[in-house]
Design a binder for this molecule. Structure first.
Ligand code: PLP
Length: 398
């Protein structure tokens, strides 16, 4: 008799496109910051569904609001008004200092919309269609978002992509200033590169991007899909860096696990996309928007940003201690609950060993261990995870 786990794996191997190299774990349920596999083993979740489960799993208020709204109205299309889309737009604009919102179903689609908006805003100026983006970035897998993604491994096999795009090294302010000219319609930056290995922009680099955008009339887009919505300890990452973009894209935790993304724009871009110029069937439905309103309210009510700052500081000092003590740890990077440890050996075996010990994290860029914990993680959980990680790293480095 195959186990439940084997049954799941065999079926997927036969019927799914082989696009993922999954970890050998099937998860049955979650509660708070823990998940359980089909054998009833418990795991401390420090990856939070790739930054989506910022409120952990099965938060009682999220479960309740989904139940209530699902029974009332799930979907109605954007041909009609729904009570919650406008309320959510108002709240996000109020919190970010932006003026307008457009809701999508994912981060990628938010990026796609933001790029279309930048093209549309420049459409009266012939030849103003270029995009400047960063090496090592990740913005999604559709042709537009992929075109701004500065990693060969994602692009190979799909060219020609959208053009013209110029890539600049992270934190090369002079290179950025030189790459942006009158033909540039968009500058696209993740304030903290997530998938690229938790690499932070310097404030002066973001200021240079702001200046280049102002000088040429390009639209400055911050992709906060991974680093935004509380993960840095401020609700938006740009507030951490002190540079205001023209467009912000958000998604991952926005509707607490339901698919919802958005891009937020400043008032001067409010009419760049005219009636009928962009749209979506699912985006901004009453269920996802109501859940997102609850997400933002819970962050406030449970004072979670304070927890992210306090426990994030502990995580940071623990990771930095590892980096300074051991040669095989290259560097600790990040802030709040978006942090990483770069090691000089493959990350995957470390991640799988941690899994065996009941802790979930992941590795990106082969040698970077990435932490995107739910916002309720406390000091004792960080201490437990670090005890396990130290043991594993010591054993693996021999
Ligand atoms: C995850 C991610 C995306 C893509 O979002 P999806 O919801 O997977 O489409 C884009 N940009 C960044 C920075 C991300 O982390």
């Amino acid at each position: 008799m195959p186990t439940k786990f084997e049954e799941i794996v065999v079926r997927e191997r036969q019927y799914l496109l082989p696009t993922y190299n999954r970890y050998p774990l099937a998860i049955e349920r979650g509660k708070g910051i823990f998940v359980w596999d089909y054998d009833g083993r418990r795991y401390l979740d420090l990856l939070g569904g790739l930054g989506v489960n910022a409120l952990g799993h099965a938060h009682p208020r999220i479960v309740k609001i989904i139940r209530r709204q699902a029974a009332q109205l799930i979907h109605i299309s954007n041909l009609y008004y729904n009570e919650y889309q406008g309320q959510l737009a108002e709240k996000l604009c109020h919190l970010s200092g932006m003026a307008r919102a457009f809701f999508s179903n994912s981060g990628t689609e938010a990026m796609e919309g933001a790029l279309k908006l930048a093209r549309a805003a420049a459409s009266q100026r012939p030849g103003k269609c270029g995009i400047v983006a960063l090496e090592g970035s990740f913005h999604g897998r559709t042709f537009g978002a992929l075109s701004a993604t500065g990693q060969a491994k994602y692009r190979e096999g799909f060219e020609p992509l959208l053009e013209p795009v110029r890539f600049v090294e992270l934190n090369d302010s002079a290179g950025l200033q030189a790459a942006v000219d009158e033909s540039t319609c968009a500058i696209v930056v993740e304030p903290i590169q997530g998938e690229g290995g938790i690499r932070l922009c310097l404030p002066e680099f973001l200021r240079a991007a702001r200046e280049a955008a102002d000088r040429t009339g390009a639209v400055l887009i911050f992709d906060e899909i991974q680093c935004g919505l509380g993960r840095t300890g401020t609700l938006f990452a740009f507030q951490h860096f002190g540079v205001q973009p023209d467009v912000i894209t958000i998604a991952k935790p926005l509707a607490a696990g339901l698919p919802l993304g958005a891009f937020l724009v400043r008032e001067h871009l409010a009419n760049a996309l005219s009636t009928g110029a962009h749209g979506t069937t699912f985006g901004g439905g009453p269920l996802t928007c109501r859940v997102a309103l609850e997400y933002l309210q819970i962050i406030e009510d449970e004072n979670l940003l304070e927890n992210v700052r306090r426990v994030g500081a502990l995580l940071q000092s623990e990771l930095q201690a590892l980096a300074s003590r051991w040669d095989f740890v290259v560097e600790a990077r990040g802030t709040g609950f978006i942090q990483a440890l770069e090691i000089n050996m493959p990350g995957r075996p470390v991640v799988e060993a941690a899994m065996q010990e009941g802790v979930l994290l992941n590795s990106t860029q082969d040698k970077v261990l990435r932490f995107l914990p739910p916002f309720q993680v406390k000091e004792k959980h960080v201490e437990r995870a670090l005890r396990i990680l130290r043991k594993i790293l010591k054993a693996q480095s021999r």
